[in-house]
Design a binder for this molecule. Structure first.
Ligand code: ADP
Ligand code: MG
Length: 357
């Protein structure tokens, strides 16, 4: 069966006086892996449950393809769902759990067995088919929940923080496995997480949600390199946000440097510069830094973190910059020590402009 696109229109859901969703519009392409990324309480589960049919919105529309689904019960939507707590049946075996949606759909026993075996093979649990759920590790349970969600070949797969209970190493391994599985199944997938790195790792596109509203949607690269406001810049990746001031010509400046030449849209609004720590680079005294923006300041902290070294730099005006460089580069600069003064540069291409709060 072909994957289905999902169109969400003006979806609103309130709990008493709380708006869990505020007129959400969202298009999910057929076959796409879209992640809803937002902090706890931002409305991710509410939105997913409205797509699955477990929660009835106050207003708005959920279309699968061209078909309005907003009033259909979950079993009529034919959507595969992985819940945060897996919701497996503890008294059943692995195979029985995975067969459950097939039984509901009254698939013939022979076909059931074939499809369960195929799903077991896909999640690499063939040898565990007769085990009870409580005899499995967290990662194995997660795979059972996943197999149960896709065994009946749904055209839409929904996952609500499916890896949250796993430890970091297994979680990162499963992220790659889920991505590969999605490629294999080609099913339209909506994935929920509060983990920005997980969202960047797995998704075709990420929709950043906060307080019931979609703030920004785009590919991981777009969201990361072009955050639309300080919430997105702060929530995704690390960032330093510096306030910019206009000069009398309307250029946007940081201390003495003009960073952006005047534009009409700069008027009557405050602007800020976002700097990603890994885009800053150290400049030695002998180098000519004219082609980049430079900052000079005092190293407050220098921390070796394994794959990278993190520095906190205090600028003369008391703003702080965060820089992240490879340990090899850090080692080659002998003046990278707490208390030293250093110069760092940022290429003009790496500047990010956002409205200031
Ligand atoms: P997330 O999944 O992003 O953590 P939720 O969708 O669960 O967020 O919740 C969004 C908002 O709606 C929160 O403020 C939450 O407290 C509220 N909420 C969710 N479910 C209920 C409920 N059953 N009753 C009352 N408030 C709820
Ligand atoms: Mg949730």
């Amino acid at each position: 069966m072909d994957a289905l696109p999902i169109k969400i229109r003006s979806l609103t859901k309130t709990y008493g006086s709380i708006y869990a969703l505020k007129s959400v519009d969202l298009n999910i392409n057929s076959g796409e892996f879209l992640t809803l990324l937002g902090p706890s309480g931002s409305g991710k589960t509410t939105l997913l449950m409205a797509v699955a049919g477990f929660s009835r919105p106050d207003a708005g529309s959920v279309l699968f393809g061209e078909k309005e689904m907003v009033l259909s019960p979950p079993h009529k939507r034919d959507v595969g769902m992985v819940f945060q707590n897996y919701a497996l049946f503890p008294h059943m075996t692995v195979a029985e759990n995975i067969a459950f949606p097939l039984k509901l759909r009254k698939i013939k026993p022979k076909e059931q067995a074939d499809q369960v075996n195929a799903a077991l093979a896909t999640v690499q649990l063939t040898d565990y088919s007769k085990r009870k759920i409580d005899q499995l590790s967290g990662g194995q349970r997660q795979r059972v929940a996943l197999a149960r969600a896709f065994v009946f070949k749904p055209r839409i797969l929904l996952m609500d923080e499916p890896l949250a209970a796993l430890d970091k190493k297994l979680r990162e391994q499963m992220q790659i496995e889920l991505k590969q599985l999605h490629r294999q199944l080609g099913v339209t997938t909506v994935y929920v997480t509060h983990d920005q790195r997980e969202a960047l790792t797995m998704s075709d596109r990420v929709a950043v949600i906060n307080e019931g509203e979609i703030i920004q949607i785009g590919t991981p690269e777009q969201i990361y390199s072009n955050p639309k406001n300080s919430f997105v810049a702060d929530f995704i990746g690390e960032s330093t946000i510096l306030p910019l001031t206009p000069n009398n010509r309307g250029d946007l400046c940081y201390s003495d440097s003009i960073l952006y030449s005047a534009k009409p849209e700069f008027n009557n609004k405050n602007w800020a510069l976002v700097i990603r720590p890994e885009r800053l680079f150290p400049i030695s005294n002998s180098e000519n830094p004219k082609t980049s923006i430079t900052f000079e300041g005092k190293i407050m902290e220098f921390v070796f973190q394994g794959e990278s070294t993190l520095g906190i730099i205090q600028l003369p005006n008391s703003d702080q910059l965060t820089i992240r460089i490879s340990p090899t580069i850090a080692a080659s600069f002998t003046d990278f020590k707490t208390g030293q003064t250093i110069m760092v540069g940022l290429n003009h291409n790496d500047k990010i402009l956002i409205p200031a709060n």
